[in-house]
Design a protein around this ligand. Structure first.
Ligand code: NAP
Length: 276
């Protein structure tokens, strides 16, 4: 199963679902990423701060799938904000990954109290111009922060990766993305270790469709046009999580799932969270 793709505003393509790699480490991590690629995942999500870029890189070297068919995402950590710092940090990420280019490079968190994300963004624009990064985006940015990037540099990100799941559907931010050609990516798409997957409404809908609750939730993301990046250390779950393109949700089912909305699970508010 290979996920369908979207075109990004910069002309590059991105799969409609990817693999989160936070916590995939060591030999089991390499094996997990390799088997995920085998089963059809083409979008891989890591970050400098996950300390596993070398694990993702090892999987890239070992897989039989062509490098140009894989979309590798990594992220700039908070402590490396600033123009020169960003260039140096990127270089480190690229070497840890062992790749010639990174497909999607994101500012991990805005850290507004440091107020250097615009400098980082300018550095990312230069990395893209040099061909070292194919697409540039951000993570955990608010509408006001995105607007500021656009106003000060003339270029909006093509992706904003944010906390998004049925408990936190982010309707307003998604509408802003859609109006501005920014593709939404969903982190913690299954509501990581919350009670989301035990919600009776989800069990009822999943049973009626003959799918599992995680499949239902991931299909909800796809219906919203957001790209979920579920992480699992278990091969059966990874295969199941990718297999969500063979059924549909009616608009009223999408709405019913969105009505589970109650707020962030982790309390990580981009206006105040400080990522190291
Ligand atoms: P998640 O993908 O919502 O949930 C992962 C949890 O769900 C794991 O405990 C996993 O357990 C379990 N799981 C996965 N598939 C399952 C299935 N089919 N059935 C039952 N349980 C299942 O949460 P996440 O890892 O927080 O988020 C995903 C990715 O988003 C991360 O890996 C990372 O790449 C990215 N992320 C980005 C940010 C950011 O600030 N940009 C923040 C957080 C996460 P097992 O592993 O035991 O299967």
């Amino acid at each position: 199963m290979i996920a369908p793709e979207y075109a990004l505003r910069d002309g590059n393509r991105i799969p409609a679902l990817g693999l989160g790699t936070y916590g995939l480490d060591g030999q089991p991590g390499i094996d997990a990423i390799l088997s995920a690629i085998d089963v059809g995942y083409r979008l891989l999500d890591t970050a400098y701060n996950y300390e596993n870029e070398h694990i993702v890189g090892e999987a890239l070297r070992r897989t039989a799938v062509d490098r140009s068919d894989l979309i590798v995402t990594t992220k700039l950590p908070g402590r490396h904000h600033g123009y020169d710092e960003t260039l140096r940090s990127f270089d480190e990420s690229r070497h840890r990954l062992g790749v010639e280019w990174v497909d999607l490079y994101l500012i991990h968190w805005p850290n507004p109290s440091v107020d250097r994300y615009v400098d980082s963004w300018r550095a990312m624009i230069s990395l893209r111009e040099k061909g070292l990064v194919r697409s540039i985006g951000v993570s955990n940015f608010t509408e006001a922060m995105l607007t500021r990037l656009g106003e000060e540099t003339g270029l909006l990100p093509v992706v904003n990766q944010v906390e998004l799941h049925p408990y936190f559907p982010q309707a307003e931010l998604r509408a802003f993305h859609e109006a501005n050609g920014i593709r939404t990516e969903s982190w913690s798409p299954l509501g990581r270790k919350s009670e989301l997957l035990s919600e009776p409404l989800l069990a009822e809908l999943a049973q009626a469709k003959g799918v599992t609750v995680p499949q239902l939730v991931l299909r909800w993301h796809v219906a919203l046009g957001a790209i979920p990046i579920p992480k699992s250390s278990q091969p059966e779950r990874r295969a199941q999580n990718l297999d969500v393109f063979g059924f549909d949700l009616a608009p009223e089912e999408v709405e019913a799932i969105s009505a589970l909305s109650r707020g962030r699970i982790w309390g990580a508010d981009p206006n105040t969270h400080e990522e190291q």
